[in-house]
Design a protein around this ligand. Structure first.
Ligand code: FE2
Length: 440
């Protein structure tokens, strides 16, 4: 019986990963340059034998007329041998071994001086790697420190004012099921409402895992970040503050030792890149508190990317999360990403919002009979003269399957919806989060 035909997804994935390796400095196959080839490295990353990987490349050419472009090969600087740089070799050793090593051990292993190792480690940290150094011992942990100190806001100018925030989460950019049309419509809505700060509750990227590998538009942290920076909506005067989840984009933290949130912002600020931007701020891994500190009282909005599966009742997960908080650590408002659901509840006096998503239902969700609530939230809250939050409301902007909008202009649909239900325009001038006086 003949072998089944290689699927286009698998063949194109092989080409994409091979080209990424070329860009990272692995030599083209058959180039005669010493060192590891892009084919060997790509096969390793895809967990394939060299032979299977080679067959996929051949199939891509034969069946789909796609060949890798060897001109993408960029030999690494300061590297005459064709081997990956010392930085790259240290990174790969630490990630692969997952064990603590001292500077001396690394120095012996690579047969270079301690100061050279130290310089390479600094270079890796600079590149966004999550390297821990304690008492001369170095490793790449598979998580990030948390919780981070809260972000403090000086609220003196905002007493008695109505504050508005756009709230979103689970956007899963780079997934075939992403809904950039919805995300852009939400930014249009928020911009018209006068929102200047968008709060994002994690899973801004789809990341890479076994279950989504054939659903991806981009493979590799670098490519997913570039895609994110090109496609995340930007509107004049608006800024996005985000947390990173421990799933999806969190895979880059656990597998590759990258501090993905920091890396997104660092890449965004690189003015040499065509997609550089300065409207993104990383709040932390999995959760972060924003504290409106009026001196006499502190009001907290907590962003969280939760975990676990959706419960039988949608609000049950919110309730259990709040039940698990100790008395002194409860926020006034809790914004939860992860479940791809919209829900408002008020367990233990915490105004709790599950923020929905901008990704259509995936095959993974369909198999588990999970529905996706596609849309976003405008959060409105009055900061009273007493320093407390009053009149909290979460307005839901619903959207439907992509098919629903075929032949429609969704924006006019949104606008007419907005005319009737939008909260009043923002009362304050300027974003509260731009006016912070101190960051804890
Ligand atoms: Fe998600």
């Amino acid at each position: 019986m003949p072998n089944p035909k290689m699927t286009e997804d698998k063949a194109l994935e092989a080409v994409r990963v091979y080209e990424r390796c070329l860009k990272e400095g692995f030599r083209p196959v058959g180039s005669g340059v010493p060192g590891m080839s892009a084919g060997q490295e790509a096969a390793r990353r895809l967990k394939l034998t060299a032979g299977t990987f080679g067959s996929r490349l051949k199939a891509a050419d034969r069946l789909y007329n796609v060949k890798p472009n060897n001109e993408l090969y960029k030999p690494l600087k300061n590297q005459d041998s064709g081997l990956p740089s010392l930085e790259e070799r240290i990174r790969s050793l630490l990630v692969r071994n997952r064990k603590v090593m001292t500077l001396e051990e690394l120095s012996d292993h690579f047969d270079v001086g301690i100061s050279t190792v130290r310089k390479s480690i600094e270079g890796l940290i600079d590149r966004g790697l999550n390297i821990s150094i304690r008492n001369g011992e170095i490793d790449i942990p598979d998580s990030l420190p948390m919780p981070v100190k809260p972000l403090y806001i000086d609220v003196s100018k905002f007493h008695g004012k109505r504050l508005l925030f756009g709230v979103t989460g689970d956007n899963h950019l780079c997934s075939k099921y992403e809904r950039l049309d919805v995300l852009n419509a939400l930014f249009d809505i928020w911009h018209e409402q006068g929102v200047e700060t968008v709060l994002q509750c994690g899973n801004m990227l789809d990341g890479e895992a076994r279950f989504n590998r054939f659903d991806l538009l981009e493979v590799g942290a670098e490519n997913q970040i570039a895609y994110f920076l090109r496609h995340w909506p930007a509107r004049p005067g608006m800024k996005t503050l985000f947390v990173a989840g421990d799933d999806h984009e969190g895979g880059y933290v656990q597998r590759e030792g990258l501090d993905i949130g920091k890396l997104i912002v660092r890449t965004a600020k690189d003015q040499s890149l065509p997609y550089h931007r300065d409207d993104l701020e990383y709040l932390g891994y999995m959760e972060r508190d924003i504290v409106f500190d009026s001196g006499t009282s502190k009001q907290i909005i907590r962003l969280m990317h939760a975990g676990g599966g959706t419960a039988y009742a949608i609000s049950y997960t919110s309730q259990k999360i709040v039940e698990s908080l100790q008395g002194g650590e409860k926020p006034q408002i809790l914004l939860i990403g992860h479940y791809h659901k919209f829900d408002i509840s008020y367990p233990r006096n915490v105004y709790t919002v599950q923020v929905g998503c901008t990704q259509d239902q995936t095959p993974f969700m369909r198999k588990r009979k999970l529905e996706a609530h596609v849309g976003g939230v405008t959060l409105a809250v009055t900061l009273g003269q007493d320093g407390l939050f009053h009149d909290i409301t979460a307005h839901w902007h619903p959207f439907f399957d992509r098919e629903f909008y075929k032949g429609w202009k969704y924006q006019s649909l949104v606008r007419s919806h907005e005319d009737q239900t939008a909260p009043k325009p923002l009362l304050h001038k300027g974003s509260v989060l731009r006016k912070k006086s101190r960051v804890g």
